[in-house]
Design a protein. Structure first.
Length: 295
């Protein structure tokens, strides 16, 4: 019998976490245990988890904010240590959107025995340009499942323990931003398939009203610190996977974005350029981890 483990990354959101834990155990195929990986800087989460009094819940306090990347690396290893065959990679504010997500995803193993990562929503990834590519709705309508390059964060990602045993882990030093992409690209390099259930994918799109969504060329960002982490980490990922053409394209594209941002005003343009230049500087100096507040 397959043993399903889980971990949930949390940061100072105890009430939301409790609701998410309840949602996870309400799955038609619930996990045998859930590790809470706590990045919090206080003890409120610890106390909230203790009140649940559920032997299936296990708690690990990081002791500092390791970000999603650092917490995920620990969560995967703890689940493998507890002999899970498959592992749910969860966030405290993104519970499964259907009660049967785990059941339907695990059924894919019978169709594709080489799958290493399963998910409800995924993307293709252009390794030459360093760009995530949207999967067309009409393709999803024609298939039961489809192989992708990455599974979207917070979209019921299930990881085979065999991946972790093969040494595939997210780079904990990325801290925040594209840690799932980093992990998925490494999994693909090891020969594991990444598969999404097309019916679940379509249901998620319908709920979000994105069946006919077209990604805009560029729009101003509310949180530019996230742009910093995105660029910096994509550059580090390009080095890890020796994708030199991707690195060149990223440098050209983001240099253009540094100047393009001024069309939205001097204030926005300056802050946008500052974040991009800082990302380039930290990449070339090899500076990782948490460097600026997320805002």
């Amino acid at each position: 019998m397959t043993k399903l483990g889980a971990f949930v990354i949390t940061y100072q959101r105890p009430q939301i976490l409790v609701e998410t834990i309840q949602s996870i155990f309400a799955q038609t195929t619930p996990p045998d245990f859930v590790w809470i990986i706590d990045n919090s800087e206080d003890l409120e989460t610890d106390h909230a988890v203790a009140t649940l009094q559920d032997r299936r819940i296990r708690y690990h306090r990081m002791g500092f904010n390791a970000g999603p990347a650092g917490a995920a690396a620990v969560g995967l290893q703890l689940c493998v240590h507890d002999r899970a065959d498959w592992i749910y990679w969860g966030d405290d504010n993104d519970p499964p959107f259907r009660a049967d997500c785990f059941e339907r995803l695990l059924a894919i193993r019978e169709v594709n025995p080489f799958c290493g990562v399963l998910g409800a929503v995924g993307h293709f990834f252009d390794r030459k340009k360093g760009v995530i590519k949207r999967i067309q709705t009409r393709l999803l309508e024609k298939k039961e499942w489809v192989e992708v390059d990455s599974i979207a964060g917070g979209m019921c990602m299930l990881v085979s323990a065999e991946l972790v045993k093969a040494g595939v882990l997210p780079d904990k030093d990325l801290f925040f931003g594209f840690e799932e992409l980093d992990f998925c690209l490494k999994a693909s390099r090891k020969g594991f398939a990444l598969v999404v259930d097309c019916a679940l994918f379509l249901e998620a799109r319908a709920q979000a009203g994105r069946l006919e969504f077209e990604r805009p060329v560029y729009q101003p960002k509310k949180n530019l610190s996230r742009e910093y982490y995105s660029l910096r980490n994509l550059l580090f990922i390009s080095d890890t996977l020796t994708l030199n053409s991707m690195k060149k394209q990223l440098i050209l594209k983001w240099t253009g974005k540094a100047f393009y941002g001024y069309r939205y005003g001097l204030g926005y343009g300056w802050e946008n350029m500052r974040m991009i230049v800082l990302a380039f500087w930290h990449y070339f100096k090899g500076i990782k981890g948490k460097t600026i507040p997320l805002g």
